[in-house]
Ligand binder design. Sequence first.
Ligand code: ADP
Length: 244
Amino acid sequence: MKPVLMCREVLVDFAGFKALQGVNFEVYPNEVRFLIGPNGAGKTTLLDVICGKTRACGGKVIFFSHDITKLQEYKIVKLGISRKFQSPAIFHQLTVWENMELSLKQNRGLFAVLRAKMSTEDREKIVTLLKRIHLLDYAYQKAGALSHGQKQWLEIGMQLIQEPRLLLLDEPIAGMSGAEREKTGELIHEIALDCAVLIVEHDMDFVRRFSKQVTVMHEGKVLCEGTMEEIQQNEKVAEVYLGR
Ligand code: ADP
């Protein structure tokens, strides 16, 4: 199977400090891949490189057949990579529905945003996604009044409505209740039916519960990969991360 994303010998240098030191790494279609590692391992920098926020000074990032290493952020989004940061970027004064509508129209230009009527197809798309993110009953509520977890889901919905082929999530369950975490884990696996998901996560219980494939980073490199069971057996991982 061909990977969705392929990183080859990716290097990032911050004024002499080598944050990524030759990262080799793949994400496959319909995969939920967790990226873990101690603080400072380079996980966020790697996501930044993939979405074009940080420029690699060496190596290549290939998304399907496109070399995106030097591409601008908005072009990478157009190719189908969406990133959700830790704090939700939603419009608090707008309703849940309006947030979804804006996100849907975002790439269609000013005319689409100003046009009053939405197509039946667009409405159905929003309803389907709101059901998936457990927010259909909140469609006409102001986004600012949602719980922390619901805000996170809304932003995930706003990314999904743009039909990404790879979704990048930064600690998606931070600050969530137990029930919200569980629903988020299930949601992530549903999302993977349509697109690959790459998640930076610190909560090891969540990773144990919902991961299939895990990549461990350490000091700017991939230390090892495999299922959670496999990486827990790895001596180097135990030493640098799991504290054995
Ligand atoms: P992680 O997400 O695994 O905790 P990061 O990717 O945030 O790690 O950081 C990797 C290393 O790069 C850290 O030592 C961090 O201090 C450093 N770093 C990150 N961003 C910058 C920056 N803009 N300038 C200088 N150093 C940075």
